[in-house]
Ligand binder design. Structure first.
Ligand code: DMJ
Length: 557
């Protein structure tokens, strides 16, 4: 037994092992196949369930996918169409390649200004182009509100700078929100640059999100209008919503050029949305001003108490700082409404008559200028800002029906244009100062104070209107000369800077690229060299920051 057992032992062991191996293989394979089967069964149950519980859901999903893709395609097509419009280069100027070359020159300046800002301070308000750092003025609440992007975008569009316009557009759509605003904002600056810029973009592109953003900004300003007279305050705090005036403004008064330069924007916003909340605000301001006493039958003092509607201060009247764009908005409101705003027409024509009677003087050497009035006495100086009135009077002449008056006011516009041009020609930089003085001994450019240049547009703006309205080639030459002087003296590696003293370039620069340089100065320069049909004055009215709004054919709301 033992032997038999001993002999059969290994055989049995091998056989057993083989059997065991078969068993293991069988059980493993059968268990995994069970799991696979179970899995397949579960999946098919799941599928069955899906089909049973939600019949047609697959088709629905397919349909949704299709609709999504179609929408995406549509959006892409719309975007391409919109960008095609911006790419559309202005037609070749009728008068040849020279103007095309000049347009290219200005366009290149725009790109230089834009990329300086974009490369170093994207999203901030402005660039300090010498130090390549952000410039955050208090008027914007000191926070990142992307003022340059909003102010420049319509110029990029008008110049056909497709890629750069898209950079601006995408930023505004994705990032611009009043929720980012902090601190105290200037109602006037926020309105002319932000509401104005966004509305112009809506007008040019047809894209609706711009209206929504403009409405958001305008709504944020509304608490400043809660006064018994409707006359708005200068500032609004974004957190507390408290409105306030500047202490320096004649003991906390509201300022004429500020509360008087909201009319175009709020009217157009109401027109676009069909809501009259904004237009009602500016109508109330207009009523208060219409009822108020005038100086010399048509002039307005620069300061008003918003609670009483009474003028404050010593009747300071100016076409420069504190007064300027109020007068501009009267005539432009009349134009904007296709000449239906009769109250604006009457108030403007009364003002223009009074300005011509009381504020226009001729210097010893024959230069005509618009002085400021203080308590009835003329202060014989004219600021760069006041040169905007060259364009205003040219616009008046364009629409004046009475031939004698037309001639008179056109002559005034041209004479004042000449004076503003002289203020440029008589300096080392060939750029005019912030303020120029006249007296019995010297005139036009005596160097006293305020000798800087902060990239302002008004002189070029005036020449632009004179060119468009008179067709005299010399006005184009004047723009060309001014823009070349700016390019030569203000250009630095990261954009354009203001100058500390236009009479003495050794005195340095202010290291600020103002957003209005891209919004206004370069836009007016560029449009001087396009055919007149490009942003025609018969179709568009420019706000005081050079943002174009269409002349409205229908009623406002
Ligand atoms: C701009 O913001 C506007 O033109 C405003 O009316 C006056 N000041 C600057 C440009 O100089």
């Amino acid at each position: 037994m033992k032997v038999v057992n001993l002999k059969r032992g290994p055989l049995l062991a091998v056989g057993g092992s083989i059997l065991l191996l078969f068993f293991i293989i069988y059980s493993v394979s059968s268990s995994s196949s069970t799991e696979i089967t179970r899995d397949i069964r579960l999946r098919s149950i799941k599928d069955e369930r899906t089909e049973i519980e939600f019949p047609g859901q697959k088709e629905e999903r397919k349909r949704e996918k299709f609709v999504k893709e179609e929408k995406k395609k549509e959006k892409k097509e719309e975007e391409e169409e919109m960008l095609e419009k911006v790419e559309k280069k202005p037609q070749k100027a009728e008068d040849g390649d020279d103007n095309e070359r000049k347009r290219e020159f200005v366009r290149e300046m725009m790109l230089h200004a834009w990329y300086g800002y974009r490369n170093y301070t994207w999203g901030y308000n402005e660039i300090r182009p010498v130090s390549k750092s952000p410039n955050n003025q208090a008027i914007f609440g000191g926070t990142k509100m992307a003022a340059t992007i909003i102010d420049a975008a319509d110029t990029l569009w008008i110049m056909g700078l497709k890629k750069e316009y898209k950079q601006a557009r995408d930023f505004i759509q994705a990032n611009f929100s009043m929720a980012n605003a902090q601190g105290t904002l200037s109602v006037f600056e926020t309105n002319i640059r932000f509401v104005g810029g966004l509305l112009a973009l809506r007008a040019l592109t047809g894209e609706e999100f711009y209206t929504e953003k403009a409405q958001e900004v305008a709504d944020a300003l509304l608490p400043a209008f809660n006064t018994p007279t409707g006359i708005s305050y200068s500032n609004i705090n974004m957190q507390t919503k408290a409105a306030s005036n500047y202490g320096w403004a004649n003991g906390g008064s509201s300022i004429l050029s500020e509360f008087g330069s909201i009319h175009l924007e709020f009217t157009y916003l109401s027109h676009l949305t069909g809501k009259n909340v904004w237009v009602n605000k500016v109508k109330k301001i207009r009523e208060t001003l219409d009822k108020a006493d005038k100086i010399d039958g048509g002039l307005y003092s620069n300061y008003m108490n918003p609670k009483t509607g009474r003028w404050s201060g010593q009747n300071h009247v100016s076409l420069g700082a504190l007064g300027d764009s109020f007068y501009e908005y009267l005539i432009k409101s009349w134009v904007q409404t296709s000449f239906k705003d009769d109250q604006a027409r009457r108030m403007y024509w009364d003002a223009s008559d009074a300005i011509q009677r009381k504020m226009v003087f001729t210097s010893k050497s024959g230069l005509r200028f618009v002085a400021e009035l203080k308590g009835g006495t003329a202060d014989k100086k004219m600021g760069h800002l006041a040169c905007f009135c060259v364009g205003m009077f040219a616009l008046e002449a364009k629409y004046e029906k009475n031939e004698t008056r037309k001639e008179t006011v056109m002559q005034l516009a041209e004479d004042l244009g000449h004076t503003c041009h002289e203020s440029y020609m008589r300096t080392q930089s060939q750029i005019g100062p912030e303020m120029f003085y006249f007296n019995d001994y010297d005139d036009a450019t005596s160097k006293r104070s305020e000798n800087g240049y902060i990239l302002r547009p008004e002189v070029i703006e005036g020449f632009f209107y004179l060119w468009r309205i008179t067709g005299k080639e010399k006005y184009r030459d004047w723009v060309w000369s001014a823009i070349n002087a700016i390019n030569k003296n203000c250009r630095v590696e990261a954009g354009f800077t203001g100058l500390s003293n236009v009479y003495n370039l050794n005195q340095g620069r202010d290291d600020v690229q103002q957003s209005f340089f891209l919004a206004e100065t370069l836009k007016y320069a560029y449009l001087t060299f396009t055919p007149n049909s490009e942003m025609s004055l018969d179709e568009w009215v420019f706000n005081t920051e050079a943002h174009p709004f269409p002349i409205l054919k229908d009623e406002v709301v």
